[in-house]
Every structure is written in structure tokens, then in C-alpha cells.
Design a protein around this ligand. Structure first.
Ligand SMILES: C[S@@+](CC[C@H](N)C(=O)[O-])C[C@H]1O[C@@H](n2cnc3c(N)ncnc32)[C@H](O)[C@@H]1O
Length: 442
């Protein structure tokens, strides 16, 4: 029997600029049909075409294709949005969609969302993601780099197929009690018979086809320890402490609220743990400096630093969510130099850089700062404060290429240089890509 709980808001929130505008209602079935030559990939999982001089961002297409697309949003002068509905000339990189219920043979209103690159060869998806990242770093960051997007396996020895990786899945419930994902770029619930992006444990327990009248959504969770779980969220309040799950990464145990933030791909937490360990230049790392893990969650990346540089490292992990900080404190207990603080990063840094003593200023200037902000990135205010700290080394974990490009540009204007950037396919068959960058003070 699934449990019913009230859910806190999703903390990896996406800013409007970082995703295609949500079509709040249902996709249109009556928009005009256009024949389009499809150009390059754009940010947000769409492709650039032109119609009578106007840019049309078209979904479910591929560069070089000729498609018929239905216009979904013609409200702006500068660009329209459309969904491909028929392929007239197919890209050699087009494959049958990994999720039949997302395929182009369905009307866009009935296409399950969340697998917007599932119609493209996996290697080609990564090429496109690499292009988007390189373009964002060039345009907004002023740096020319072309990182290859590295595959991430679900477990060692697993096949690299782009499916079976999600350990957290949210299904939505409509007024009639139907459960399923939203259609792409809309709030229409699409009942489905399969969840190919999910790990098998979630596929097995998913209550597909069952009515959930009165529920807001259904969360499916498959932690790395224990059984997969179904949690039904409704509007009622709950006073009890939220249940937790345990995740193991490189032998280290992390307790996290069941509805708290954790990396979604089965291999993601370990990939980022190792990538951050590798990214830190140990010649620049001072264990006694005022090292920071910003947007620290339950302490995953702080744990990576401790496991690389030893349990006596001085390190503060900063996180806005009090429950996550509480867990970080417990997960990192035993490391004498570690402090877990509940604070907004901007306020924490403001306090830190405001009136430091000479000794504090020196400890900050020697610091390595890891930051892993939500999709909106750190932003100008936090970047200004990071620069004011004078920290010698920044390791920036980013899930939005444009936000990373913007922040790299801002940091470069403050005298930081991008030393290296790696990219990881933590979200196969979607347009999302994760990057880990190291910047150092000039
Ligand atoms: C992408 S997650 C990273 C968490 C952690 N580094 C990990 O890998 O598990 C971003 C975290 O930042 C927190 N967060 C979002 N905005 C914040 C802010 N302004 N100040 C502090 N933490 C924030 C969220 O609660 C979330 O835990």
C-alpha cells in the first residue's frame, strides 16, 4: 500500500530562462502546420528553424531534417514554438524513440514528456549537449572549449543504453485520478504503460493505470539501499518528521529525506563525487583554509573533499534547507573541522566577506570553494561575493550550461580563469547535461 504524504517544493527549481516556456494549459491541436528545414540544436532541447524570416524553435526534430511541425506558441514576435508531427527527410541520427509513448507518431498532446532526446542516437545526443555547452561557454563566458560529454553508467559493467537510470520519478495526477508524466511542455497528464528512463526497481512498483483520485502526485524512489518506495502526496499537512533513505557513495553513507534533494541518475552521485575530487588542484588546496561546500545538500561533495584530503580538513557546508543541513551534520560527523550551516548562500557569503579580520581574510583567500547551485546558477550577487572572498580555487558543479556560461563570464571579469571543464551525461535521453568546472584566481 503506498504511503500518503505532503511534499515540500522541489528544490532543484528551474528558472524560466533555463527551460522552454511552459505551456500552462494543454498543447494546441489547432496551431498552423509549417514545413521546416531544421537547423542546429538550441538550449532547452529544441532545434532552430526559420519560417518567413522568423525563428521557430521546433521540438522532436533533429538538425538537417525536413519536418512538418505544428505551431504551439505564436504569441511572440521574435520567435515561435512548434512540435514536429511528421518527418519528411529524416536525420541519419534519428532512431525509434526509446519511449514509445513519447514518439512522433503520437499527437503532441499525448506525448509523454521528459525524454526529449529519446529519438536520437545516444552518441549523437551527447554531441548535441556538448555543442550547447561549448556555445554557452563561448557566448556568455567568453571561453572557447569543447568538452566531450562523458557517458555515465548505471552500475559498473552496465550497458550504455540511455535508459534505466532514474532513481526518482514523479508522476502527476489529473482531476479524473489518472496518473502519469506530464506531456512535454504542458501540465496535461499522459497515462503510460512504461517508464523506460527509470531503474527497473521503479518500473516494477510503478502504479501505472491505477486511479489516484484526490492525490497531487505520486513519487517513486529507489535509493541505493533498501526497497523502492511509492509515496503519494496530497494537500493534507503532516507533522511527523519526514522519513529518510540512505544512499551509499564510494563506501560513505548519506542519509537524506525521502523527499529531499539527491542526484537522480543511479551513477550520478558517485560521478560527481569523483569529478569534484579530480577537479581540485591539490597544489592549491589548503586543508587549514576556510574551505566551503556551497549549496551543499546533505554533504555529498563535502564528503568527497574529506575522503580525498583527510578528516581534519577545515570545511563549512552551506545549505538553505534546514533538514538537509541537519543530515549533512550527521553524514559528515567524525570530521572535526567540518561545520554544517543552514543559510542562504548569498547571506552567508555576505556575512563572511563583510568585516573579516586579517587572519580570516587570509584563510578565505587560501580557500577552495565547491559550489553546486540549482539550475538558475549562482548569479551575479553570489559571484560578486565569491570574488570578494578572493578564494584561490572554485569548483563549480552546474546543471545548466547557460547559467554556467553566464557565471564563468562574470567570474572572468573578476579575475578568475576557467582552467578545465568536464561534462557528464547524467540525464540520458533528455537535453540536460551536467558540468564540473575549475576556476582559479589570476
Ligand atoms: C543541485 S543541489 C546540490 C546538493 C548537493 N551538492 C548534492 O550534490 O547532493 C542544490 C542545493 O542547493 C540548495 N539551495 C538552493 N538555493 C539555495 C540558496 N540560495 N542557498 C543555499 N542553498 C540553496 C538546495 O536546497 C539544494 O540542496
Amino acid at each position: 500500500m503506498p504511503e500518503r504524504r505532503t511534499r515540500r517544493p522541489d528544490r532543484r527549481s528551474k528558472p524560466a530562462a533555463a527551460r522552454p516556456a511552459r505551456r500552462a494549459a494543454e498543447p494546441r491541436t489547432d496551431g498552423p502546420l509549417l514545413e521546416l528545414e531544421v537547423g542546429d540544436v538550441a538550449h532547452g532541447g529544441v532545434f532552430v528553424a526559420r519560417h518567413e524570416g522568423r525563428v521557430v524553435f521546433v521540438a522532436d526534430a533533429a538538425p538537417g531534417e525536413r519536418v512538418v511541425a505544428r505551431v504551439q506558441d505564436a504569441s511572440k514576435d521574435r520567435f515561435w514554438r512548434a512540435d514536429a508531427v511528421e518527418v519528411l527527410e529524416a536525420s541519419p541520427d534519428r532512431v525509434p524513440h526509446i519511449w514509445a509513448e513519447s514518439g512522433i507518431d503520437r499527437d503532441p498532446i499525448d506525448r509523454a514528456g521528459g525524454a526529449e532526446f529519446g529519438h536520437l542516437r545516444l552518441g549523437y545526443q551527447r554531441e548535441l549537449k556538448g555543442r550547447v555547452l561549448a556555445d554557452a561557454l563561448s557566448r556568455f563566458g567568453g571561453v572557447e572549449v569543447a568538452p566531450a560529454v562523458e557517458p555515465v553508467l548505471v552500475y559498473e559493467g552496465a550497458e550504455d543504453v540511455g535508459t534505466g537510470w532514474r532513481t526518482r520519478v514523479r508522476l502527476h495526477v489529473d482531476a479524473d485520478g489518472n496518473v502519469g508524466p506530464y506531456a512535454a511542455r504542458s501540465h496535461r497528464v499522459v497515462p503510460v504503460a512504461s517508464l523506460p528512463l527509470a531503474v527497473p526497481a521503479i518500473e516494477r512498483i510503478a502504479p501505472l493505470g491505477q486511479p489516484f483520485r484526490g492525490a497531487e502526485h505520486v513519487d517513486l524512489i529507489a535509493p541505493s539501499t533498501g526497497d523502492a518506495q511509492i509515496v503519494v502526496a496530497d494537500a493534507r499537512s503532516s507533522r511527523s518528521a519526514p522519513p529518510t533513505v540512505d544512499e551509499i557513495v564510494a563506501g560513505r553513507r548519506f542519509t537524506v529525506d525521502r523527499d529531499g534533494f539527491w542526484q537522480v541518475h543511479r551513477g550520478a552521485a558517485e560521478t560527481l563525487y569523483r569529478a569534484v575530487q579530480d577537479a581540485v588542484d591539490d597544489a592549491l588546496f589548503d586543508p587549514r583554509a576556510a574551505n566551503l561546500d556551497l549549496y551543499g545538500g546533505v554533504g555529498l561533495l563535502a564528503g568527497a573533499l574529506l575522503d580525498r584530503f583527510g578528516e581534519t580538513v577545515r570545511l563549512t557546508t552551506v545549505e538553505a534547507d534546514a533538514r538537509a543541513t541537519e543530515h549533512a551534520g550527521t553524514n559528515l560527523a567524525g570530521a572535526v573541522g567540518v561545520r554544517a550551516e543552514t543559510a542562504r548562500v548569498d547571506r552567508f557569503l555576505q556575512r563572511l566577506v563583510e568585516h573579516p579580520t586579517a587572519a580570516e581574510r587570509a584563510r578565505l583567500a587560501d580557500a577552495t570553494i565547491v559550489l553546486d547551485p540549482p539550475r538558475s546558477g549562482a548569479g551575479r550577487e553570489v559571484v560578486d561575493l565569491l570574488a570578494a572572498s578572493g578564494a584561490r580555487q572554485l569548483v563549480y558543479v552546474a546543471c545548466d550550461p547557460v547559467a554556467l556560461g553566464r557565471d564563468v563570464g562574470l567570474l572572468r571579469a573578476h579575475g578568475y580563469e576557467l582552467e578545465e571543464v568536464r561534462a557528464f551525461d547524467l540525464f540520458p535521453s533528455t537535453h540536460h547535461v551536467e558540468a564540473v568546472a575549475r576556476l582559479t584566481r589570476r
